[in-house]
Design a protein around this ligand. Structure first.
Ligand SMILES: Cc1ncc(COP(=O)(O)O)c(C=O)c1O
Length: 400
């Protein structure tokens, strides 16, 4: 065990589960991280889909440094500042919601909390429908709509009341809504199940949910914490289905790894959330907002949505070839550069991921039992880097 592990073992809560016990990182740049021995790893885990421009992108670093020199914190409740407003203006340009307004917080779970509170407050109905296998965060409200792993809930129940967990079956969702529409204020869904194993719902499913929300006068909350900000080749995964959420939840890649979450809805809906009904001391920190503005600008300038779509197709295609050669690979799923390789076997996935790490490729698993290996490189990854990852991953499949 290295020195850092030893020190950590003494002072860190054991509640922190880690994908790679014994692995630590000292610095990072672009698509690579370096451990404290200086060993280089190609990073296809990106801090769980956060480092969407790779590590320490110069534009993000420069914007954050400039902001650090100007204003670190004011609390938007105390004084408004430029980056908070500018980021909301930039989001309005890229989200499909008309006249979008934003509330900023610091994490995905917090953004989900905000979305649930907005849905309840605005609809005056307490109930929320969520989907089997969904993950929305660890705080008590977000946990109440999370079922990707039941161990996340153990020891904390009872959670929020009036939460209904639905299967991916439109008839059953309609049945739930029909019986309970008087008390269902919102339906929350991930457009691609993230922690649930990178499962893309059947084509038309999101459209069907949108139509049901309209029919039963319920707000549709789309949680794009993992899928948003370009990972699927479009700004938002829900755009692939052409649907418009009532409430949109963003975090992770929003500020390229700085902690920032957003709850976004139309001006009309936000008008129902009265001043003081929600708030945050640190939410929408100036440095994080400056990093997010630089992130959006860079995605546009460097045409990274197109890069993601193109290299996502390439990666999926090459993975299909590996699937054809290795029966260990059961299924490939995903959109853009958010791809899950389902090995259907958690021990094998563990072995493959460990072998990849030993050979310089950082990957993590997902899914109920961790049997899915996920590929979430940065949006500006190169074909050469993808080829290197495929080479290491292919060799690991062969060895397991
Ligand atoms: C879809 C989704 N929603 C919410 C969250 C919670 O985000 P955070 O860990 O920033 O609280 C996650 C985190 O993985 C997520 O994938």
């Amino acid at each position: 065990m290295n020195k850092l592990e030893n020190r950590g073992k003494k002072v860190l809560s054991p509640v922190l589960a880690r994908y790679h016990a014994g692995f630590s990182v000292a610095k990072a740049r672009g698509s690579y991280v370096y451990d404290d021995q200086g060993k280089k790893y190609l990073d296809f885990a990106t801090g769980i889909a956060c480092d969407i421009l790779g590590h320490c992108h110069p534009k993000v670093v420069s914007a954050a440094k400039k902001q650090l020199d100007r204003l670190i914190h004011a609390c938007v409740g105390v004084a408004l500042y430029e980056p908070y407003v500018k980021l909301a203006e930039e989001l309005r340009k890229i989200v499909p919601i008309k006249k979008a307004q934003s509330f900023f917080c610091q994490s995905g779970a917090e953004a989900v909390e905000a979305a649930i509170k907005l849905a309840k407050f605005a609809s005056k109905k307490p109930g929320i429908i969520a989907f089997q296998g969904g993950f929305h965060g660890r705080t008590l409200g977000a946990l109440s709509v999370t079922t990707s792993k039941m161990k996340y809930r153990e020891g904390y129940e009872p959670l929020l009341p009036e939460v209904y967990i639905a299967p991916f079956d439109l008839l059953l969702v309609e049945g739930l809504l029909k019986e309970n529409d008087w008390k269902i204020g919102g339906v929350i869904i991930e457009p691609v199940l993230g922690e649930g194993g990178y499962v893309v719902p059947p084509s038309g499913f999101l459209k069907g949910v949108r139509a049901l929300c309209d029919k039963y006068n319920t707000l549709l909350i789309v949680d794009e914490v993992q899928t948003g900000m370009g990972h699927t080749g479009k700004w938002l995964a829900c755009e692939h289905e052409g649907i418009v959420p009532d409430i949109l939840v963003l975090a992770k890649g929003l500020a390229s790894g700085l902690p920032l979450g957003a709850c976004v809805a139309s001006q009309e809906l936000m008008a129902k959330w009265s001043p003081g009904a929600h708030g945050s001391t640190f939410g929408g920190n100036p440095v994080c907002c400056a990093a997010a503005i630089a992130t959006i600008e860079t995605i546009k300038k460097e045409k990274l949505l197109a890069n993601t779509a193109k290299l996502g197709r390439y990666l999926m295609n090459e993975l299909s070839k590996l699937k054809a050669s290795f029966p260990l690979v059961k299924e490939l799923r995903g959109l853009g550069l958010l791809i899950g390789v389902d090995l259907g076997n958690s021990a094998a996935a563990r072995k493959v991921i460990d072998l990849c790490l030993a050979h310089g490729l950082l990957l993590i698993s997902t899914g109920k039992d961790g049997s899915v290996v996920r590929f979430i490189p940065p949006l500006n990854v190169s074909k050469k880097e993808i080829d290197l990852a495929l080479k290491i991953f292919g060799a690991a499949l062969r060895d397991v």
